[in-house]
Design a protein around this ligand. Structure first.
Ligand code: HEC
Length: 138
């Protein structure tokens, strides 16, 4: 239930963009929204904020806090053509499966574990991570 508590905290904190470490990307002010569009914007921001929390606890150990990858552990996301050229569905499939060192597609000789080594992640969690990843990759 930790993630639910975090999500609630985030929802409360989103107005200040301070959730789980803050997110410069989502610094558009609700003042600039017409009232009707606000709920969708909030959902997208919430997905990114939840994804960021999961990223930090599961992916950053190898991919680095900034997504640029740690030497011999994870790959740089920010320059990845694979990410840039894949749909969210394809990314979800990839992250669920990981990429073993035997996989001909492996480029580093290092294992990308299924779900980043965290089997408790749901598809929903991973979609949130993808939303956050897209904000890093631009
Ligand atoms: C134990 C280290 C480790 C963890 C934890 C990890 N990864 Fe990876 N990841 C890797 C390695 C190594 C590669 C590169 C595999 C290769 O050589 O092709 C990779 C590759 C990737 C790629 C493909 C990049 C490309 O350009 O081919 C994506 C996307 C990715 N990881 C997402 C994630 C996500 C999301 C998480 C967290 C849920 C995560 N990874 C957690 C090690 C890790």
């Amino acid at each position: 239930m930790k993630s639910t508590a975090c999500a609630l905290t985030l929802a409360a904190a989103l107005a200040m963009f301070a959730g789980c470490g803050g997110d410069k990307e989502s610094s558009s002010s609700s003042d600039t929204n017409t009232g009707t569009a606000a709920p969708q914007v909030d959902n997208a921001m919430l997905a990114r904020a939840k994804g960021k929390a999961i990223f930090k606890s599961t992916c950053a150990a190898c991919h680095g806090e900034d997504g640029k990858g740690l030497p011999n552990l994870g790959k740089d996301w920010t320059t990845s053509e694979f990410i840039a050229n894949s749909t969210d569905e394809e990314m979800l499939e990839f992250i669920n499966a990981g990429r073993s060192i035997e996989d001909p597609a492996n480029t580093t000789g290092v294992l990308m574990p299924p779900k980043g080594g965290n089997p408790s992640l749901t598809d929903e969690d991973i979609k949130n991570v993808i939303a956050y990843m897209r904000s890093l990759v631009g």
